[in-house]
Write a protein that binds this ligand. Structure first.
Ligand code: ADP
Ligand code: MG
Ligand code: MG
Length: 211
């Protein structure tokens, strides 16, 4: 059957760590235009702490793995992104539960709960120029693909494409949440850093599922 197990979830987390470390300077450059130039450092530090804490061992269940990721992000990243990504993973873990494998519907439910957690925490709406603008279309695309009978590999690839499109669509927006909102109209003309890291999150999910 078509499922994602704890080993693949850990591979996702490790790939996400590798990618944010590799793209640290670019993420920081995006944040220097409309924020405080630390998003790359925040994500690299947080995800490095996550993978270090896991210590190479594969946790027994999806909730143990995902909740651990969330707790480490909350405790190791001071910026807005730490609690927001932390909440995403905590809610994903709570929704996944103590299982070793998630099928497409279970992964969709976990991603949806994670997105809802981010909204509960940060109150972002569509078009506010935040990570929501990449994540919400990604989760919608994942659901739509699964609903249309796609397998995990193609659904996650479509979600990654939607996240990248959502990231790019933040460019002209005026920020209404987070530090970038302090700039008002001057925030337009720049990609949102959190939307950029979210596109990386979904790209690495698709890559891990593809194997
Ligand atoms: P900080 O702004 O504290 O320095 P980061 O630079 O690490 O934190 O993260 C900034 C990103 O966090 C923004 O680009 C945006 O995507 C996201 N963000 C900020 N506030 C919110 C919010 N209220 N809801 C959703 N995302 C938000
Ligand atoms: Mg910042
Ligand atoms: Mg900061």
């Amino acid at each position: 059957t078509d499922t994602i197990g704890t080993t693949t979830l850990l591979d996702w987390i490790t790939r996400f760590r590798d990618a944010v470390v590799e793209k640290r300077d670019w993420l920081t450059e995006l944040d220097s235009a409309i924020g405080d130039a630390d998003h790359g450092a925040n994500m690299a530090r947080g995800m490095t702490a996550v993978v270090d804490k896991l210590g190479g061992g594969v946790p027994a269940t999806a909730d143990e793995l995902l909740k651990g990721v969330g707790m480490t992000l909350v405790s190791s990243v001071g910026g807005a992104s730490g609690p927001l990504y932390g909440t995403l993973f905590l809610r994903m873990g709570m929704t996944a539960g103590a299982v070793t494998e998630l099928d497409a519907a279970a992964l969709a439910a976990a991603l949806r709960a994670g997105l809802e957690g981010i909204v509960a925490r940060g109150k972002a709406e569509a078009g506010d120029k935040t990570m929501f603008d990449a994540m919400s279309p990604a989760v919608d695309a994942f659901d739509a693909a699964i609903g249309g009978g796609a397998d995990l590999a193609s659904a996650s690839r479509r979600a990654a494409e939607a996240a990248a499109a959502g990231r790019d669509a933040t460019l002209p927006l005026v920020a209404r949440k987070g530090r970038a909102s302090y700039l008002g109209e001057r925030s337009a003309g720049h990609i949102d850093p959190g939307a950029a890291s979210t596109a990386i999150l979904f790209d690495t999910l698709a890559a891990a599922i593809a194997g």
